[in-house]
Design a protein around this ligand. Structure first.
Ligand SMILES: Cc1cc2nc3c(=O)[nH]c(=O)nc-3n(C[C@H](O)[C@H](O)[C@H](O)COP(=O)(O)OP(=O)(O)OC[C@H]3O[C@@H](n4cnc5c(N)ncnc54)[C@H](O)[C@@H]3O)c2cc1C
Length: 420
């Protein structure tokens, strides 16, 4: 599995954050191994937007041109109440040198990231699951199982994944980017508590003839949130918040098949209900939807880990935070986390810095996530602010497609003051 040399860092999980993490580490000259228990990348659009900051980070890794070629530029964010526009944020006012966001399917983004890793001679070890993790004084011991699909059954044949081989390795550092059910987080016994209300969204993705250039739009009714994200090639995604719907506990499991094998059990996903939702919640949307290419009801919890890692094992992405779908914050902030972890890994492994430097990482990002979840009341109403915007602070804050300084700029444009 490892050849002759041991890697400096093992990245667990090859979702967008793990792939980005491995690339950032390789970019700094560290040797990296990346493993994923699944058999391939995700198949759908999921987290479909790249923030300004992510575009800069991808540019620093030499990937901007590829992203630009495959994505759709979005130049503004609009916020509406049921009858009128309450605010708009032009991305050029957030960053004049990167005056847009870019949308693309998460599946395409993962493909670009994996292919960039391949170009650097790093192959993702798909079908490799980390089943044991233990921190020692001089490294982290991992057990990695290679999974294989075998045919079983006599009367009724079926296939199952089984462990074909297990190997034990010890490495200096581990990055857990293993998603919301993170094995790494659970091994470290880090609590992952709810920090806000769970929401369910009916998501429809479809191609449509578009007579105008849509931007990102957040429509808030008194009890629902509805989000439009335009995608490349005349595709759009509508996410409608739905109440009292049946939900599937596994809806947050990523599918690996491009064509969904199961029929949806949700009546809300029927074509009739889609047209009804459009009529009720987005009558202004005049583009004519053609064939729907993806539809799903997804449960979005809001959770935050108590700590973002310990000692030689650090976490990034959904493994430490979950939030709503509108602002695509979990994946994008995950990229910034991965980038900082790579910077610190380089300092520790190549320059002999103390492992305590990783505390900087924990402190910076936990503070940011606490702000997004309004846990420290750092975001305050501004004087002369539109009262409707102020009243909807808790829904708007986690729905803006930005983080860090860019998020603060967006909040300032909306009239909020951010303390500390
Ligand atoms: C149906 C659906 C719709 C979504 N819609 C949106 C949206 O509209 N907006 C939005 O912002 N986000 C959305 N998301 C969430 C978004 O996809 C995640 O935020 C993003 O994928 C997080 O990336 P990640 O790399 O942190 O984790 P993941 O993408 O979850 O990747 C984690 C990887 O770790 C692997 N892994 C887990 N355990 C192990 C182990 N023990 N050993 C080896 N590998 C392991 C998994 O196989 C997985 O590939 C959606 C997700 C789903 C499923």
């Amino acid at each position: 599995m490892f050849g002759k040399s041991r890697p400096d860092v093992v990245v667990i999980g090859a979702g967008p954050v793990g792939l980005f993490s491995a690339l950032s580490l390789a970019h700094r000259g560290l040797s990296v191994m990346i493993v994923d228990k699944d058999w391939r990348r995700a198949a759908h659009s999921y987290a479909l937007g790249l923030h300004v900051k992510s575009l800069w980070l991808l540019r620093s890794l030499g990937l901007f041109e590829e992203i630009e070629k495959n994505g759709r530029k979005i130049s503004k964010v609009e916020i509406y109440d049921p009858s009128e526009k309450r605010a708009e944020i032009h991305i050029k006012d957030i960053d004049a040198d990167m005056p847009f966001l870019i949308t693309m399917e998460q599946a395409k983004l993962e493909e670009i990231l994996e292919s960039a890793l391949n170009d650097r001679g790093i192959k993702v070890l798909w079908n490799h699951e980390v089943s044991h993790l233990e921190e020692k004084d001089d490294g982290v011991e991992l057990v990695i199982d290679r999974l294989e699909k075998i045919s079983l059954g006599y009367a009724i044949a079926h296939t199952e994944w089984v462990v074909a081989k297990s190997e034990k390795v010890k490495v200096p550092l581990v990055i857990g980017a293993d998603g919301h059910r993170s094995f790494v987080r659970r091994s470290l016994q880090i609590p992952f508590e709810m920090v806000g209300q769970t929401q369910h969204f009916a998501v429809f993705e479809f191609k449509c003839r578009q007579s105008r250039d849509y931007d990102m739009r957040l429509d808030l009714t008194p009890d629902t949130m509805n989000v439009l994200w335009p995608l490349p090639n005349q595709f759009c995604r509508w996410s409608f918040e739905v109440k009292d719907e049946l939900h599937d506990e596994d809806s947050r499991q990523k599918e690996r098949q491009a064509v969904s094998l199961s029929q949806s059990p949700f009546p809300i996903l029927s074509m009739e209900r889609f047209h009804q939702l459009l009529k009720e919640r987005a009558s202004w949307f005049t583009a004519q939807p053609e064939q729907i290419t993806w539809r799903i009801v997804v449960r979005f919890e809001k959770r935050l880990a108590d700590r973002f890692g310990k000692g030689r094992v650090w976490l990034a992405g959904d493994a430490i935070h979950m939030t709503g779908p509108a602002g695509i914050q979990s994946m994008n902030i995950g990229f910034r986390e991965a980038f900082m972890l790579a910077e610190l890994a380089e300092a520790v492994i190549k320059k002999g810095a103390s492992l305590n430097r990783f505390e900087e990482y924990h402190e910076q990002f936990i503070k940011e996530w606490r702000m997004i979840n309004n846990l420290d009341a750092r975001v305050k109403r501004g004087t002369n602010q539109d009262p409707w915007i102020a009243e909807n602070q808790e829904r708007i804050l986690p729905s803006l497609p930005a983080s860090g300084n860019e998020l603060i700029k967006m909040l300032n444009i909306l009239g909020f003051e951010v303390q500390g």
